[in-house]
Design a protein around this ligand. Structure first.
Ligand code: AMP
Length: 441
């Protein structure tokens, strides 16, 4: 009980986390529907892995020196003494499932998709949450560059289907373990001589994960980055040819892309192709003139991860995948005034009742309409006919069925056509059939 004089505590969602309110769920549903239909078309099957995994899965998979592992994990020890983490991403769990369920014995590539919540302890800011929803597609067991290009096309199609314009696809190759090792040395040599001019984080990255310097957004690091050696010039023959082929396939698909030599992505498991998709939004001033063009946070990120399955204890398995940030898409849909356009849940019929025996009969009648697939609604908590009719009017139903004491006794019910106000008395046990006939018309 609250103590006298002390204000009652109002609970809020934890920092960086948010409720999905009914009006937002319509957007989520729309995105889920487009992802599902697209995934089905390209032959992907749905998989859902647990929200909690062993901590070691992410340490091995994502890499200990990545931002995610260093700063963003929700990890804890269970009562049984296991070290577990809330999943920060979906690729490592899906790869774990691929190994655990022997999917290497299925025809390859195995194509899987998922849709669910992910957790990263980030500094909350626009488009960055501590619990966010992601939808991912993964293709395991195929090394050809055609898969990389097709995956980019699939995600591009999802965004186009959601009616986004001005999409920017950025691609790069970060090579394989052998050519990247040599390139890392070159990078370290280059940045070492300029270390004093780097930001605090990049000085640390120089020792731990020099590739991540290329990803730094700090102003002071930009001119130094711009002169740094580029990995494209140092790929081994295999990676070079693979990347060339990816770009040729993208050209064939007539998919517009930019080469971004600084795109490295925040997870260690990537090899060869990496990509991100952004959207450019032009904001208007009060008079409706174009004011500024803003490139939004990445909507989609992914790439090839040929070593991950092996790192996690499986056989050598080339693979490729990517994920969508659902909240970012919802925010952009709102900003671009894209409506979720879902199939209507608009009720066609309202059941109004008056008196206790009418209420009892109405409850059963409601179920009878459900059985024949007619969307009905009610306000059983209300006893005034006037207020029920007001609600029916506000809901925009086609028909209101009025069941008063009188009708309940005589075995009748009134069908009121809301548009015209015309009322017909029909037999109670014929009403479903009658309404069905009228709704169809
Ligand atoms: P990543 O694997 O980090 O590239 O994440 C894949 C996608 O998830 C990104 O392109 C974003 O759209 C989205 N995303 C990543 N982190 C967050 C976050 N903290 N809040 C919201 N969306 C996120």
């Amino acid at each position: 009980m609250a103590q006298a004089g002390r204000p009652k505590k109002i609970f809020q969602t934890p920092t960086g986390m948010h409720d999905i309110l009914p009006e937002d769920w319509a957007y989520f549903q729309r995105i889920l529907k487009v992802v599902e239909e697209t995934a089905n078309f390209y032959g992907f099957s749905r998989i859902e892995t647990p929200i909690v995994e062993m901590q070691e899965l992410f340490e091995k998979g994502i890499g200990l020196t990545t931002d995610i592992l260093e700063k963003q994990m929700y990890s804890f020890k269970t009562k049984g003494g296991d070290y577990v983490s809330l999943r920060p991403e979906g690729t490592a769990p899906v790869s774990r499932a691929y190994i655990q369920h022997g999917m290497m014995n299925l025809p390859q590539p195995v194509k899987l998709w998922y849709f669910g919540p992910f957790f990263r302890y980030e500094s909350p800011q626009a488009g960055r949450y501590r619990q966010f929803w992601g939808a991912g597609l993964e293709m395991l067991g195929e090394q050809g560059a055609v898969i990389d290009a097709q995956l980019i096309q699939i995600f591009y199609n999802i965004l186009k289907e959601l009616k986004f314009k001005n999409l920017i696809v950025e691609v790069n190759s970060i090579g394989c373990t052998s050519c990247r090792a040599y390139y890392k040395k070159l990078l370290v040599n280059y940045f070492k001589t300029r270390e004093v001019s780097l930001c605090h984080d990049c000085r640390r990255r120089l020792r731990e994960n020099p590739l991540r310097i290329l990803d730094c957004k700090e102003e002071k690091c930009q001119p130094i980055k711009a002169q740094a050696p580029q990995i494209i010039d140092h790929l081994c023959d295999e990676c070079h040819n693979h990347f060339k082929e990816v770009l040729e396939f993208l050209d064939e698909l007539e998919l517009p892309y930019h080469l971004n030599p600084y795109l490295v992505r925040g997870l260690d498991y990537y090899t060869k192709t990496v990509f991100e998709i952004f959207s450019e939004v032009t904001r208007k001033d009060e008079e409706g003139r174009d004011k500024e063009t803003v490139v939004k946070n990445a909507l989609i990120g992914g790439g090839r991860y040929d070593n991950l399955v092996k790192i996690l204890g499986g056989k050598e398995t080339p693979a490729c995948g990517a994920a969508i940030g659902v909240e970012r898409i919802v925010e952009l849909m709102k900003e671009c005034q894209i409506k979720p356009r879902l199939s209507s849940h608009q009720p066609q019929v309202f059941i109004a009742q008056l008196g206790s025996s009418a209420k009892r009969k109405s409850l059963k009648l409601f179920e009878d309409f459900r059985d024949v697939g007619i969307l009905v609604t009610e306000s059983f908590g209300r006893d005034s006919l006037k207020s029920q009719l007001r609600i029916a009017d506000r809901l925009g139903v086609q028909y209101t069925l009025i069941l008063g004491e009188q009708e309940a006794i005589s075995g009748n019910i009134i069908i009121r056509e809301m548009k015209t106000g015309r009322q017909d008395v029909v037999k109670f046990d014929k009403v479903v059939k009658e309404v069905k006939k009228r709704v169809k018309k």
